[in-house]
Ligand binder design. Sequence first.
Ligand SMILES: Cc1cc2nc3c(=O)[nH]c(=O)nc-3n(C[C@H](O)[C@H](O)[C@H](O)COP(=O)(O)O)c2cc1C
Length: 160
Amino acid sequence: MMHNCLVVCYSRSGHTAKVGREFADLCGADFEAIDDLDSRSGPLGYLRSLYESLFHKEPRISTSGKDPGEYALVVLGTPVWAGNMAAPMRSYLARHRLRFHRVALFCTMGGRGGEHTLAEMADLCGKTPMARVAITDAEIRRGSYRGKLERLQNNALESS
Ligand SMILES: Cc1cc2nc3c(=O)[nH]c(=O)nc-3n(C[C@H](O)[C@H](O)[C@H](O)COP(=O)(O)O)c2cc1C
């Protein structure tokens, strides 16, 4: 059976997951977390994350195994790392991108690199996203990103 919407997020420090879960609640969507198999904590974890994103590495990940091919729409969320998508999101796309039907994209960031990140995700998916939204850490702190989530919902779900 085809489901309506799956939200798939990678999140190292919780921002992307918070926004993604809220979006899933808003839409009644299922949620899938991309987990690291190798820890990214501490300064070494931070440096490895920078390195892997800069050099387009595909680190080891795990998920609960939901099949994105069973969903009419897949919403993909990642933090921006070094002006790119987080490396674990690249691993997820490499593994699953051929299964996607329609996609919508969002990223969280300190403030720079959102456009490039979302463009590269769209490229890798090989599709024009229904919607794309970049949310800053300041907006997350202030809780002022609801308008963006509603825009994402309207653009991504209007024709489903
Ligand atoms: C390794 C690393 C690289 C980052 N690079 C950028 C960057 O290039 N531009 C930016 O605006 N924020 C950057 N950030 C900040 C994160 O994108 C931002 O804090 C995001 O909300 C974190 O999401 P998360 O809590 O879901 O992991 C970086 C964070 C990390 C850990």
